[in-house]
Design a protein around this ligand. Structure first.
Ligand SMILES: CSC[C@@H](O)[C@@H](O)C(=O)COP(=O)(O)O
Length: 344
């Protein structure tokens, strides 16, 4: 599997990012030797997915620090994308070191990446056990899931969040099928999830976003599982636009709808989903997806990159620390058991 994020060398090294905008057709890397290149890579989705954005930003700080511009680097990287709280969480964590020593910052960035790897596996273990219990499945039975966007290896430092259960089930020798919504407008499901799961030998069925209803009606999946960009204190969850539609369909069809995320994706300072900033992206992503104009020249466009799934549509949130079910503010706070701090 291709590595989405890699720090090459020591403190005078550079950040190598797999350019995910070119996948699956082309494997191309961006070598970031200055902070602005990291900023642009995040902004244009060369690196994307909440945990991956946070990890990349942390490495970007190494470059800032060695140029004696750590504060400027942190301030600049904070403006790259607004919704995924992992970005702010990682930058706050670097700032909290209260050092400009590039070696200490590099060590911290490596730690953030390594911890994310471990958190993904932990999420996978909890998610698999939960799905088996919710669906009354014996642990060796085939696993059939539906997901939206890409919350996989390409979006994290490990085996993904929403995909982790599928990877672990595959490791255990179980048959696994994942229905992947193509995820308009930028096709993270088609270009990235279908790509990485196929690479792992996992059976993928790529579907148009609008086909999810038919998949659920036909009883083809045991559960829907998605990642998250930010989870508010009451459990409302921001994730790729289209997620709430899938959650509504899952409720209609009586299918469990699960959100999988590490603790770095929670923002206890944001009370509800209504206060989560939703990124709006360029109209061209909708009207000229991948180069071909598919809409009239003057059409006005609304292109929110994320939506909010209300907590009451979420059967459970699966974290690296266990399962939150049912989802409520008390349960979220109790689960995280912290007196929350920053991340804005
Ligand atoms: C583990 S990644 C979780 C989310 O970040 C993911 O589901 C998602 O919505 C990514 O959106 P993107 O715009 O591709 O960064």
């Amino acid at each position: 599997m291709l590595r989405p994020i890699e720090w090459v060398g020591d403190t005078d090294g550079h950040l190598r990012l797999l350019d995910q905008t070119r996948l699956p057709a082309t494997t191309e890397y961006i070598d970031c030797t200055d902070v602005d290149t990291v900023w642009h890579a995040i902004k244009r989705l060369s690196v994307r997915g909440a945990p991956a954005i946070g990890i990349s930003a942390a490495y970007g700080c190494v470059i800032g620090a060695r140029n004696n511009q750590l504060d400027e680097a942190i301030a600049h990287l904070r403006t790259s994308r607004p919704t995924a709280v992992n970005l702010f969480w990682a930058l706050d964590r670097i700032a909290a070191l209260k050092t400009t020593d590039p070696q200490r910052i590099l060590d911290e960035a490596h730690a953030i990446a390594d911890e994310d790897d471990a958190m993904c596996r932990s999420i996978g273990r909890h998610a698999l056990a939960l799905i088996d219990s919710l669906t009354a499945k014996a642990p060796d039975r085939p696993l059939r899931l539906i997901t939206h966007c890409n919350a996989g290896k390409l979006a994290t430092g490990g085996i993904g969040t929403a995909t982790a259960a599928a990877y672990l089930a595959k490791e255990q020798g179980r048959d696994v099928t994942v229905y992947a919504d193509e995820t308009r407008p930028l096709l993270q499901g088609a270009r990235l999830t279908a790509f990485e799961l196929t690479d792992a030998g996992i059976d993928v069925r790529l579907i148009c976003d609008g086909a999810a209803s038919e998949v659920l009606r036909a009883g083809a999946v045991d559960a829907a599982i998605v990642g998250a960009d930010r989870i508010a204190a009451n459990g409302d969850t921001a994730n790729k636009v289209g997620t709430c539609g899938l959650a509504s369909l899952a409720r209609h069809h009586g299918i469990p709808f699960l959100v999988a995320a590490p603790h770095s994706t929670f923002d206890l300072n944001t009370a509800t989903g209504n206060a989560i900033p939703i990124e709006e992206r360029a109209a061209e992503e909708v009207t000229e997806g991948f180069g071909t104009r598919t809409a009239p020249p003057d059409v006005r466009v609304f292109n929110p990159a994320f939506d909010i799934t209300p907590a009451n549509l979420i059967t459970a949130i699966v974290t690296d620390q266990g399962v939150i079910r049912p989802v409520s503010e008390a349960a979220v706070r109790d689960h995280l058991a912290v007196d929350t701090e920053p991340a804005r």
